[in-house]
Design a binder for this molecule. Structure first.
Ligand code: F6P
Length: 536
């Protein structure tokens, strides 16, 4: 057994689970009229009701002891101080520095990174103001009407999700497009919809080596030049966001049109950096800075509040309770807000790329579950699709319901029905219902949920919710003793794709693979060759 599962805090939680497991959550409400007050909190404008979980005061105390035993407080301090906590890549983890608004210094190798951050924010402001005000024009003198962000993973999911979430704050005269997939259909559809004279391409890649992004960027550049634009016109229509100035210059983008960020910003934590440029183009720099300020408010709460009153810590601990003590293998994100429809996809990368690990910091294989599968759909669509399984399926699936008190539209009747459904679902999941002699109509209930509320979905509240999830993932990674900040698991597939790409482009030679892979490659080539012959 590992140190973690043998530890006194873990063993105490296992015993506590055995004593509590048969108690219905609804009974805990019956026993304690103050349960909601006890198990709900608000910070940075985010209210979390976590009372509909199978927890009591002892559970929180035991989970907090586990967090202390794992060194959560010390690792939290180390992250904010800029220590190299990403040990497998030997880097600090400082997305919190991107939204540091207090003027405090954060040193990396003796350099105050905050002044660099402020410098890039100022450059983003100059550029985004110019585009939005029409001072920055395309090469034929027309104002920019369309922005195409070309990036993938963290260089796509964050900006895309935030632009959707903050649509009510967006400049409707500016149409935002996001091309991530190397599937040519993604690029082809966007190129059909935009005009080369009025389109700005943002090539977003931390490394500027990602195959998908570079192929998409080259395709966009070739399309732009085919429209009759001269090479010199590229400067008006292509900008880059990257940490790799050499590769940006080699692509043909003037480094003056490059927005810099740093290797201490992980891809999935990068929307707060210049990777957020499309967001700032769409909602304006003031609103982008309000997003940063909202995240910073949550950072302060996370850094300062005691573990038992700390929202990211509490969500992390409740997640550990379900994953490790009730065998929950997945976690549902159910935003009851249409504008948050890309949030589950964004949180999939944040959580699964961070905590999808099974080796500890010191290289031992874990003997406990780590990051769950994250999935979701906005309400109420999910209710008419997969909620059946939540209510009556054999798997326990904890869920976060995310809801905004005030809508951005005037259709109040819709909002009332939406919220009624959200509240009804968490009640039904907890209570279940017991039809005598009708097992098919009976629901066990006891399905745990958190309800996360903001008054209105605006830049500041969105920033706070996203930081809440970032820190939740961090705390879980510390307790599981894994590195939440690398992603070595994606490398092998990338390498094999390069090899197979070389073989696929040749008519005959296929290298040594297993028989399944060889036959799939050969099948593709045979079909492609047959199409080419019939076209001749
Ligand atoms: O392959 C995974 C990954 O490295 C992610 O971590 C990252 O967000 C994405 O690819 C894109 O990387 P880049 O911004 O360097 O193009």
């Amino acid at each position: 057994m590992s140190n973690l599962t043998q530890s006194p805090a873990w063993q105490a939680l296992a015993a506590h689970r055995d004593s509590l497991a048969s108690t219905p959550i609804r009974e805990l409400f019956a026993q304690d009229r103050e349960r909601v007050e006890r198990f709900s909190r608000e910070a940075a404008g985010v209210y979390v009701d976590y009372s509909k979980n199978l927890i009591n005061d002892d559970t929180i105390a035991l989970l907090a002891a586990l967090a202390r035993q794992a060194g959560v407080e010390e690792r939290r301090r180390a992250m904010f101080a800029g220590e190299r906590i990403n040990v497998t890549e030997d880097r600090p983890v400082l997305h919190v520095a991107l939204r540091e608004r207090s003027g405090a210094a954060i040193l990396v190798d003796g350099e105050n990174v905050i002044s660099n951050v402020l410098g890039v924010l100022a450059k983003m402001r100059r550029f985004t103001d110019a585009v939005r005000e029409g001072a920055w024009r395309g090469h034929t003198g027309r104002a920019i009407t369309d922005v195409v962000n070309i990036g993938i993973g963290g260089s796509d999911l964050g900006p895309r999700m935030v632009c959707e979430a903050l649509k009510p704050y967006g400049r409707r005269a500016l149409t935002m497009h996001f091309v991530s997939n190397v599937d040519g259909a993604d690029m082809a559809e966007v190129l059909q919809a935009v005009d080369p004279e009025t389109t700005l391409f943002v090539i977003a890649s931390k490394t500027f080596t990602t195959r998908e992004t570079l192929l998409n960027a080259h395709t966009a550049r070739a399309w732009f030049l085919r429209s009759g634009a001269a090479e010199a016109a590229i400067a008006k229509h292509f900008v880059a966001v990257s940490t790799n100035e050499g590769a940006v210059a080699a692509f043909g983008i003037d480094p003056g049109n490059m927005f810099e960020f740093w290797d201490w910003v992980g891809g999935r934590y990068s929307l707060w950096s210049a990777i957020g440029l499309p967001i700032a183009l769409y909602i304006g720099m003031d609103a982008f800075e309000a997003l940063l300020a909202g995240a910073h408010a949550m950072d302060r709460h996370f850094a300062e509040a005691p573990l038992e009153q700390n929202l990211p810590v509490l969500l992390a601990l409740i997640g550990i309770w379900h994953t490790n003590f009730f065998c929950a293998a997945s976690h549902l994100i159910a935003p009851y807000d249409r504008y948050l429809h890309r949030l589950p996809a964004y949180l999939q990368q944040l959580d699964m790329e961070s905590n999808g690990k099974s080796v500890t910091l010191s290289g031992e294989r874990v003997d406990y579950a780590t990051g769950p599968v994250i999935w979701g759909e906005p309400g109420t669509n999910g209710q008419h699709a997969f909620f059946q399984l939540l209510h009556q399926g054999s798997a326990l699936i904890p869920a976060d319901f995310i809801v905004c008190m005030q809508p951005h539209h005037g259709l109040d009747a819709h909002h009332e029905v939406l919220l009624a459904n959200c509240f009804a679902q968490t009640e039904a999941l907890m209570n279940g219902s017991h039809a005598k002699d009708a097992p098919h109509r009976s629901f066990d209930g006891n399905r745990p949920t958190n309800t996360i509320c903001v008054d209105k979905l605006d830049p500041a509240s969105l920033g706070a919710v996203l930081a809440l999830y970032e820190h939740k993932v961090f705390v879980q990674g510390v307790i599981w003793n894994i590195n939440s900040f690398d992603q070595w698991g994606v490398e092998l597939g990338k390498r094999l794709a390069v090899t197979i790409e070389g073989e696929i482009t040749q008519p005959d030679t296929t290298g040594a693979h297993d028989r399944s892979t060889t036959s799939l490659i050969d099948r593709f080539k045979a079909r492609r060759n047959a199409r080419a012959e019939s076209a001749n």
